[in-house]
Design a protein around this ligand. Structure first.
Ligand code: ADP
Length: 471
């Protein structure tokens, strides 16, 4: 179902959704296009007229009510997400929890959209900066975090006083519908939040060709992000882009290796490696590479793979056959070029679904595809380095710049590393840094803008400068 102007709406055409863990049908979703997107834009535009006048307290109450609704429906939402995209149920529940954190944080921020009074250059003038909501915004989201990717966009938009159209990924429409049943009972006025699924190109094209839409916020591949940036040029719409990554994870010889192993496992195998901040290149100092590689292989061997609905599962399937083929191809190619598979390395053919073994590769070099392209799968490639300068150059040698990780106990080196890594985010001895109060985002081709924190709120506000002279 679509949700437009506070009403559920079906379409003639429908698409089926399948469980990547076993190929069973999970449900059906409506399939909308240009007409429905135009309807949603009109609804969001009309709603904006009133919504922009509301107080921060009023918008805060809606966000809080939504947080409560998510708390009540936590398990149901998580089950839908697990069935649609495969992650273990516990992980899906944690995704609901972090989404609640975002909602509650922005419920507070809604009350703190401050303007400024600037020191004047002329005693007869008052210089003011107003911060006002941008207007109708449009969000396009991916399947890997089908709950939090939506919430991370709508929470600051609503806090700022914007209205929004949301188009989730075609593989996870049902989780979005589940979220919208929560939105439906949280007191938002009709048109404030609208749900669309269907023809991505038509929906995206309508969002960018209609001048009433003032901002596009997108999380997904760099290729689609670039296309949307091009399209948004027509009406000079604002854009926020969370695109691909190719995260380096650097381990110096003085690092706590057990902690580093645990952090690599978390950042590489969580969500089956399908996150934009997943570790993609593990650089280990030559003095410790052997010990580290053994420890990592042992830890990876103990990862339990299976259907996320079952008890005790650490890692689910990949999202699709295409994703599975890509991972298998990268491993095959690396191994042909001299990398050694020390753990895993195969598609799990003994079961239905898109399962790939958690894999560790050693002896990986910069020219292999896995060193250049995002894997989006459960493969940990290990590179060896000797000097700090060399590893900084290698880590930065990519068009991406989202997340990076560095493990060392040396404070001077930590300071040097955090300044020299060309990334939007640096985890220093930390691989679990996503929190609502922090700005999440990338540099280079990893994106534009930030989600989370005060910066995340400002993405949905326009500054208006007023110079007021006493008449
Ligand atoms: P992924 O490879 O993670 O699926 P995509 O960038 O293909 O990443 O998809 C992310 C989101 O972008 C999804 O919601 C998808 O439907 C949407 N999308 C894909 N192509 C387009 C397009 N041409 N215009 C607008 N949205 C698109």
């Amino acid at each position: 179902m679509l949700y437009i102007n506070g009403t559920w709406q079906s379409t003639e055409q429908e698409t089926k959704v399948y469980n990547p863990a076993d190929g069973t049908e999970v449900g059906k979703a409506a399939y909308g296009g240009e007409t429905e997107t135009e309807q949603a834009i009109t609804a969001a535009h009309e709603a904006f007229g009133h919504w922009r006048q509301t107080t921060g307290n009023e918008r805060s109450r809606c966000l809080r009510a939504l947080a409560e609704a998510l708390r009540t429906d936590r398990r149901e939402i998580a089950i839908t997400a697990t069935k649609e995209m495969g992650k273990p149920l516990g992980e899906a529940e944690r995704e609901v929890d972090i989404s609640i954190d975002y909602l509650e944080w922005y419920a507070e921020e809604a009350k703190r959209v401050y303007g400024e009074v600037l020191p004047s250059s002329d005693p007869s003038k008052q210089l003011l900066v107003l911060r006002q909501p941008i207007g109708v915004t449009a969000a396009i989201t991916p399947w890997n975090f089908p709950i939090s990717m939506i919430i991370r966009k709508l929470a600051p938009a609503i806090a700022a006083g914007c209205t929004m159209l949301i188009k989730p990924a075609p593989s996870t429409p049902l989780t979005a519908i589940r979220l919208f049943t929560c939105i439906d009972r949280s007191g938002f006025p009709p048109g404030a939040l609208n749900l669309l699924h269907g023809d991505a190109e038509a929906i995206g094209g309508t969002m960018t060709s209609n001048a009433l839409v003032k901002k596009i916020t997108f999380t997904g591949s760099t290729a689609v992000g670039k296309q949307l940036i091009r399209q948004s040029a027509e009406h000079v719409q604002k854009v926020s882009m969370e695109l691909g990554g190719h995260a380096p994870f650097i381990i110096f010889d003085d690092a706590d290796l057990d902690e580093a192993v645990a952090a690599v496992v978390a950042s590489k195998f969580r969500n089956t490696g399908q996150t934009c901040i997943s570790t993609n290149r593990i650089y280990v100092h030559e003095e410790v590479v052997e010990v580290f590689s053994k420890k990592l292989a042992a830890a990876v061997e103990s990862i339990t793979v299976g259907n996320g609905m079952e008890e005790g599962i650490d890692m689910g399937p990949l999202i699709s056959q295409e994703a599975l083929d890509k991972v298998a191809q990268q491993v095959k190619e690396a191994s042909k070029q001299g990398a050694v598979i020390t753990q895993g390395g195969h598609t799990m053919l003994n079961r239905k679904g898109y399962f790939y073994q958690p894999t560790v590769l050693t002896g990986v070099t910069e020219t292999m595809t896995i060193a250049q392209e995002e894997t989006f799968g459960p493969v940990a490639p290990i590179f060896v380095f000797t000097t700090e300068q060399e590893v900084i150059e290698q880590a930065n040698d990519t068009p991406y710049g989202l997340a990076s990780y560095c493990f060392t106990k040396n404070m001077d080196r930590s300071l040097r590393m955090m300044y020299q890594l060309d990334y939007g985010m640096v985890g220093m001895n930390d691989a679990a840094f996503v929190v609502p109060q922090a700005p999440f985002g990338g540099v280079k081709q990893s994106g534009i803008g930030r989600e989370g924190g005060t910066s995340g709120l400002h993405e949905y506000l326009e500054e208006k400068y007023v110079s007021m002279r006493a008449a």
